[in-house]
Design a protein. Structure first.
Length: 227
């Protein structure tokens, strides 16, 4: 299921490949820098498992770097350029054949770069997809908030600082509006602790449910690609 775990004689030649894309980016004082990568990998592994026996699916090693400039005021943010991301994804696509991109880092330059490749993309910022996700996600006030923190709690609970998480007050920030107004970093958006939304309300139960919804969307996309 994970390409990197296989020896070469065991690699199927007819598989649909999934490329999990994330970022190395601050996610509040409570969440890991790898939040987006953990989420993308979790979606891919669940979808691959569900399609076992129906469509051969391989999960590629994740791309843990993205175009992530908003968090540059904080320690641990590592951004790459649009050109680097486009080249990397394009060359991976050439190497493997059938490829689906699975992205959980929503900075507009990241999403636009991935769209520009023309490759199939699980694009959660599209309205028809966002509508199936939680209220916080749809509201756009969701960086390291209840939505993302719940997903990490479902997958890697040991990486969430529960004491810090429960002490955080809800912080409503309309990120799409702030971005349209030209704000290009978390601090200018009113996120001086690199989060918005309600991380204190996160739970592993919500995370598991959201993962199931996300995996369903990806399974639908993989079936389209394989057809
Ligand atoms: Zn994130």
């Amino acid at each position: 299921m994970n390409l990197g775990d296989l020896a070469y004689p065991d690699v199927p030649t007819d598989a649909v490949h999934l490329l999990p894309l994330g970022a190395t980016e601050p996610h509040g004082p409570h969440g890991p820098l790898s939040t987006d990568t953990i989420i993308s990998v979790g979606i891919c592994e669940r979808a691959a498992e569900r399609l076992e026996g129906e469509i051969p699916v391989l999960v590629l090693p994740a791309v843990a770097y993205g175009v992530t400039r908003y968090g540059s005021a904080f320690a641990g943010a590592v951004s790459i350029s649009e050109e680097t991301l486009r080249s990397l994804v394009g060359e991976i696509a050439e190497a493997v054949g059938a490829l689906v991109l699975v992205n959980s880092h929503f900075e507009p330059e990241q999403v636009e770069t991935l769209r520009s490749t023309g490759l199939p993309l699980l694009d959660l910022t599209r309205r028809r997809n966002a509508e199936r996700l939680t209220e916080e996600f749809r509201a756009g006030s969701c960086h390291a908030g209840r939505y993302e923190t719940s997903l990490v709690l479902a997958e890697r609970p040991e990486l969430v600082h529960a004491d810090r998480m429960t002490a955080l007050e809800e912080r409503r920030v309309d990120m799409p509006a702030a971005i349209r107004a030209g704000r290009t970093d978390f601090v200018a958006m009113g996120m001086e602790q690199a989060y918005c939304g309600a991380p204190g309300e996160a739970s592993a139960e919500e995370g598991s449910e959201t993962f199931e919804t996300l995996a369903t969307m990806l399974v639908e996309l993989i079936r389209e690609v394989a057809a």
